[in-house]
Design a protein around this ligand. Structure first.
Ligand SMILES: *Cc1c(COP(=O)(O)O)cnc(C)c1O
Length: 441
């Protein structure tokens, strides 16, 4: 048994294999496309963005795609699109990136968090249903870490209670649920296309829907120049064609040009990611204490494997925490193993007591009836509260290079075999759990 690199042993890898993890993959077509926009004198136009929207909509088989400057604004448009407003509640799983839901506060709504399933890390349909009140207008379903949420169950509950479904596809572009593309199952979807995501175009976001009214409302929030296309002159008369939202959400055309090129190669690239990730998993699947988190339904997948996490059971490793375990792994092969997932949002006072806009009371309570407390609406969320200690990231392989991937498999075995040595490592020394969002941005 060779000594762990963490304690002075020889690391299994002594260089950074850039190609194995480099993302996005940039080709000549992308270089040329963005130069063309740069030289066209029309970087702030919409002609290229409209082409990107058309192809993006075709890819998903939906009527409308509306490009945005980022995913945060695409999601805000989706929320405004379904009519979310003052006094409404929107339900969101606690374990996600803040931008899944935080814009709801700006719209005057209250965010109510529900729990996730430990098994697949997705929104727990039973917890979603338990958080519904007469004021619930919408639910935000995040396909978290590329895994599709249980859409059949969610759609049935939403239908029963007349609730709009917004999908956040920022982690799962091109992914499927039982053969259907993610983002096409609910009423509307918003997604980020920023550089760290699987479908990477720089800064950008997309909203997709089949509902003309959602599309129209989204345009009126942040796309002033397009309002005459979806509103009659009569409708626009009293506001002189000004946008209702006071926002400008237009995508940069260099991003759109890159997006058009990404569309041509994205499925082939993510197929290779899939192959590489599955090969790595095959290598470690017999180790007790690790659990692959992958959809079991036929026709479901994890396109892109964005920031994928495996289940990690500290009990199987004499109580060694996922943070210490990851630290030992990273000492062997470089910084590719991350413990935990996103900070559970329901632990933040932003959603309970913070007065963001100077109303003289908590923003989350401004439009709620007296005596209704957002903290009580959310309540205890046991899985979201403990999940970060039970996850370990798989290295985000982008290339199917067996020989190199085998080294990462060996690293896992080496740390497993020597895990008793790690018992002396304290949590503090491991540097604590850094939120996924902070590492990614
Ligand atoms: C990245 C991300 C967003 C926000 O997208 P931006 O393009 O960064 O504005 C929203 N939701 C989730 C789940 C994300 O990971």
């Amino acid at each position: 048994m060779s000594k762990l690199a963490l304690y002075g042993g020889k690391p299994l890898l002594d260089y950074w294999p850039k190609e194995l993890f480099h993302w996005p993959i940039v080709n000549d077509a992308m270089r040329e496309a963005q130069l063309k926009v740069l030289e066209s004198g029309n970087m702030s136009g919409t002609n290229i963005s409209r082409q990107f929207e058309e192809k993006f909509a075709q890819w998903h088989g939906v009527k409308y795609a509306l490009s945005h400057n980022n995913g945060t604004s695409a999601l805000m448009s989706a929320m405004y699109g379904v009519g979310l407003g003052p006094g409404d509640e929107v339900i969101c799983p606690s374990v996600t990136y803040w931008a899944s839901c935080t814009s709801a506060l700006t719209l005057g709504a209250t965010i109510v968090f529900c729990d996730i399933n430990e098994k697949d890390l997705q929104i727990d349909p039973a917890s979603f249903e338990a958080h519904i009140t007469p004021r619930t207008k919408a639910v935000i379903v995040v396909h978290y870490l590329s895994h599709p949420a249980d859409m059949d169950a969610i759609m049935a509950i939403a239908k029963k209670h007349n609730i709009k479904v917004i999908e956040d596809v920022s982690h799962a572009q091109g992914g499927h649920y039982k053969g259907r593309m993610l983002g096409t199952i609910g009423d509307v979807a918003g997604m980020s296309l920023m550089t760290s995501k699987s479908f990477a175009i720089g800064e950008g976001g997309m909203m997709i829907t089949n509902d003309p009214e959602i599309y129209r409302r989204a345009i009126s929030l942040g796309h002033y120049d397009r309002m005459p296309e979806v509103f009659s002159p009569e409708e626009l008369k009293d506001t002189n064609q000004l946008p209702y939202g006071g926002f400008k959400f237009r995508m940069h055309q260099v991003s759109s040009a890159i997006g058009l090129e990404q569309l041509k190669k994205y499925e082939a690239e993510t197929a290779e990611v899939d192959q590489a990730m599955k090969y790595f998993w095959q290598g470690i699947k017999d180790i007790k204490g690790f659990r692959l988190i992958y959809p079991e339904d036929e026709g479901s997948d994890k396109a892109g494997w964005y920031a994928s996490r495996a289940g990690y059971d500290p009990e199987c490793f004499s109580g060694v925490s996922n943070e210490v375990f990851a630290k030992a792994l990273n000492a062997e092969v470089g910084l590719v193993f991350f413990p935990g997932g996103n900070f559970p949002l329901h632990k933040s006072e932003l959603f309970y007591t913070k007065d963001v806009f100077g109303h003289g009371k908590p923003t989350a309570k401004v439009h709620l009836p007296d005596g209704v407390d957002p903290r009580e609406l959310t309540g205890e969320l046991p899985v979201a509260s403990k999940i970060n200690g039970l996850l370990l990231g798989e290295p985000p392989f982008k290339k199917f290079d067996k020989k190199l991937i085998d080294i990462y498999v060996d690293a896992v075995y080496k740390v497993v075999e020597n895990h008793q040595d790690l018992l002396r490592e304290s949590k503090e020394e491991a540097g604590g759990n850094v939120a996924l969002s902070r590492r990614k941005k």
